[in-house]
Design a protein around this ligand. Structure first.
Ligand SMILES: [Zn+2]
Length: 160
């Protein structure tokens, strides 16, 4: 890994540090939702299962949530925990629903070494369902880009 890249990811982990700390503080308030793989298979569609339980990624620009602009809250498609608010969504141009801020305590992160460089995977704090990856090229105020699979979310509009 080049030095510049190393510094970039170093900066990301430094940025995420306080957030992870905040998550730990809230963690005890969330009662975990646990199902066996077979139970998840029955509760989710095939494509949702692939993303949420096997850390899959949907095709870019395939989710209708990309263009969702109404006010509301984005919930985990696995267990219904609220993860993102519409006012924190922005158009990243990547083809996946993107947010600069997540709801505190409802998301957990871990390093993902499945590519040639390490990315930061994040998942729902209640059911452990994989949502996406977080990068450090987002807009203000956090500078983060929570890049989420649309199929892993369920949007609940404020005024249905
Ligand atoms: Zn969940």
């Amino acid at each position: 890994m080049q030095r510049r890249q190393f510094l970039r990811f170093g900066a990301l982990f430094a940025t995420l540090g306080p957030i992870s700390f905040g998550l730990q503080a809230h963690h005890s308030q969330i009662v975990p939702v646990t199902y066996s793989r077979e139970e998840w298979r029955q509760r989710l569609t095939r494509s949702q299962f692939k993303i949420l339980r096997d850390e899959g990624t949907e095709r870019p620009f395939s989710s209708s949530l990309n263009n969702e602009k109404r006010q509301g809250v984005y919930h985990c498609a696995g267990c219904d925990l609220a993860l993102f608010k519409s006012e924190n969504k922005y158009d990243s141009g990547t083809g996946w629903p993107s947010f600069h801020t997540a709801i505190t305590g409802h998301i957990e992160t871990k390093p993902d070494k499945s590519l040639f460089y390490t990315r930061t995977e994040y998942h729902c704090a209640r059911c452990g369902g994989h949502q996406g990856h977080v990068f450090d090229d987002g807009p203000k105020p956090t500078g983060l880009r929570w890049c989420n699979n649309g199929l892993a979310l369920r949007f609940k509009p404020a005024n249905p």
